[in-house]
Ligand binder design. Sequence first.
Ligand code: ZN
Length: 398
Amino acid sequence: MSCEWENDGVVQRFREYLQIPSVHPNVDYRECVTFLQKQAELLDLPVKVYELVPEKPIVVISWIGTHPELPAILLNSHMDVVPVYEEFWTHPPFEAHISEDGYIYARGTQDMKSIGMLHLEAVRKLKEAGVMMKRTVHVSFVPDEEIGGIDGMRKFAESDEFKNLNIGFGLDESIPSENNKYIIAFHGEKTTRQIKITSRGVTGHGSLIPSNTAGEKLYYVIDKFMKLRAEQRRMLEGGAAYGEVISINLTKLSGGVQVNVLPESLTAYIDIRIAPHVDHDEFENMILSWCKEAGDNVTLEYIEKNPEVKSTKIDGSVPFLEVLNSTVKKMGLEVSYQICPGATDARFVRRQGIPVIGFSPLLNTPLLIHDHDERVHVDAYKRGIEIMEKVLLAIANV
Ligand code: ZN
């Protein structure tokens, strides 16, 4: 590491967090908790650790506003990171090495220890400047986002402890922007539905050609899915964003005993991500009608059935967003609102009826989320702090 950063507190705090290997599987969060408790102490702010599930701590650092009765701001990030293939990395992924050209290399530099630290650094700068905020700001750090958030934000968002925080608006994760102009913000997400279609039919010798076989009926349903998939691909090729199309993938097939025996049953597994503009009930009914059209004994089962979550409105009805937009604009930037192609913890908070935006102010950054050599430039990180500081100042004073 070039030594010009050694005395840079902002960079060193970030590196220290990145050096904690909170990596799946079986993450040990204790070091993260200790680090965050220390950060709270340095900021002279109260910190609470909720352990709704043993060994799955949720850390909340709170900055009480001058009007604590107003709904508060939530700045959320997750502490866990995805595994690495260390052999493909230029620098070790948990060393947070800074290259000659100023890039910090580490798992979590983009997804999303960076954003968690941006939240804290923004609070620090505002506190140091002697600013008083109207609304209380809660900076939360949650476990297990990368494995679905079941024991993390999902539990927390449904808890009384969360309700007591009285959140009015939240920021969560997004992806960095590869340019210097647009901040990518997620206002909604697709809904994951993973299904299993089982077709049961007549058995017999493979040389016969009877009707009502498991194969022909399953084929009927798969064909319907594949036609819909082709339609979605055409939309994508026509310029639709990933977040606007339904993704459909046949991911597993099973059944049968021997090649010359007509199987009693065959099963197809399909991974579906429904775009938010699609009526989820209608979509389900469509699948059920395909099963019915296919013939008798064709059934639909869910492996994962997430409820439909309404996207956060960007039509001007959420005042926090109007303020966020105009703040960003004043800095010569623009917010590009998109539907997140994957799933994040934001959905659990949105389910509680709270508007949440995935917001990453990292600009000029190559997109390397979950990839080898995940990195962020020191300048992009510092610019990110400036943007976050201004945005926080604006939204916490609405
Ligand atoms: Zn993430």
